[in-house]
Design a protein around this ligand. Structure first.
Ligand SMILES: *Cc1c(COP(=O)(O)O)cnc(C)c1O
Length: 377
């Protein structure tokens, strides 16, 4: 099955009981047993729900893994994955990970006795240097948010295997349509499905796919024990979103390439970050490991005053956090998504006050470029 077909016919795409061509919403918490323990695969919806299961089978298929898991948010998914580890374990993470990931590991999981080190994983020498006796995993986000740095997943997975570590990849920005980390050797791939997978700014959800039976058992145990599961209605919305993921990502890609070229040639734009540009330091690796470069662009307009002026003039780019939806969104990472990162650390990372991030939607690209043209004028 080709990828666009799998988005529609993968997983459990129909209801065998009724023939419905869309899998129904099983809005139910418990299931009748014919005698104690005699059930049809479902006992209680925290443990398993048919609609959530249909989604979990679908994302498993799309990422090419052993089992899929759906959670109430991307952060719940990330937290559940971290619960696979023990007090005293050490994990090495990409330095400009999503702000919420940085927050949960430095303010919550650190209190449980886990240790974390942040390095620029786009150079794996930095990772190698930090591996210690208690290191258990490498946690990569690629491309990153908002500077779109790229890490070589295959090389990271080789390094991890040599040292008996797990490789975990946050694949939110690329989606399973463009990039499949398990096929590149990673052990666990996760998504904030709130973004491209849902795609319509109407669901908060997280998905995880693992690459072994052991990890599948362990993560199901954590999911059932800690209970951060996705409800049936939202599971259904994600299945619906995934049906158009392929065409949305193709449209997004075409629009993003045109906008990146426009911004790069604009005199008021100091710098453009987009892995699809040949000048981007991660371009070659991105081209090797992904089939597309995604819909995120960051660009620097110099000062926060310039950024505010642009924000006050754009018509089609909605000022909002989040990304990956059909409508174009715009944000200032330093004061929005990355505000929870201390100012000094932001500067170290290169997240300047004049940095603007756009999530390109699937509107007509001529309207989007005309909008940016007038806003930059
Ligand atoms: C949004 C996001 C998350 C967190 O997901 P939520 O659904 O908001 O909890 C994690 N990683 C990345 C890359 C994100 O963009």
């Amino acid at each position: 099955m080709k990828r666009k077909t799998r988005m529609i016919h993968g997983g459990i795409s129909e209801d065998p009981a009724t023939g419905a061509v869309v899998y129904p919403i099983y809005q139910v918490s418990t299931y009748k047993q014919e005698g104690v323990g005699g059930h049809k695969g479902y006992e209680y919806s925290r443990t398993g729900n048919p609609t959530r299961h249909a989604l979990e089978e679908l994302i498993k298929d799309l990422e090419g893994g052993t089992a899929g898991f759906a959670f109430g948010s991307g952060m719940a998914a990330i937290t559940a994955v971290m619960m696979l580890f023990n007090s005293g374990d050490h994990i090495i993470l990409t330095d400009d990970v999503y702000g919420g990931t940085f927050r949960v590991v430095t303010k919550v999981l650190n209190r449980m006795g886990m240790e974390f080190t942040f390095v620029d994983t786009s150079d794996l020498e930095n990772v190698k240097r930090e591996i210690k006796a208690n290191t258990k995993a490498i946690y990569i986000e690629t491309p990153t948010n908002p500077l779109l740095k790229v890490t070589d997943i295959e090389a990271a997975a080789v390094l991890a295997k040599e040292n008996n570590l797990l490789t975990i990849v946050d694949n939110t920005f690329s989606t399973p349509y463009w990039q499949n980390p398990l096929e590149l050797g990673a052990d666990i791939v996760l998504h904030s499905a709130t973004k491209y997978i849902g795609g319509h700014s109407d669901v908060v959800a997280g998905l995880v796919v693992v690459g072994s039976e052991q990890l599948a058992r362990d993560l199901h145990f954590v999911q059932n024990s800690t209970g951060g599961v996705l409800g049936p209605q939202d599971s259904w919305l994600l299945i619906r979103g995934i049906r158009t993921l392929g065409i949305r990502m193709e449209e997004t890609e075409a629009n993003t390439k045109a906008i990146a070229a426009f911004l790069q040639s604009h005199p008021k734009v100091k710098k453009v970050y987009y892995p699809g540009l040949e000048t981007h330091p991660g371009h070659e690796i991105a081209k090797k490991q992904a089939r597309g470069f995604g819909g995120m662009i960051s660009f620097d307009v110099g000062t926060s005053e310039n950024a505010d002026r642009l924000l006050s003039k754009v018509k089609y780019f909605t000022l909002a956090e989040s990304l990956g939806a059909v409508e174009s969104l715009i944000s200032v990472p330093a004061r929005m998504t990355h505000a929870s990162i201390p100012a000094e650390r932001r500067r170290e990372l290169g997240i300047t006050d004049g940095l603007i991030r756009i999530s390109v939607g699937i509107e007509d690209v001529e309207d989007l470029i005309a909008d940016l043209t007038q806003a930059l004028a």
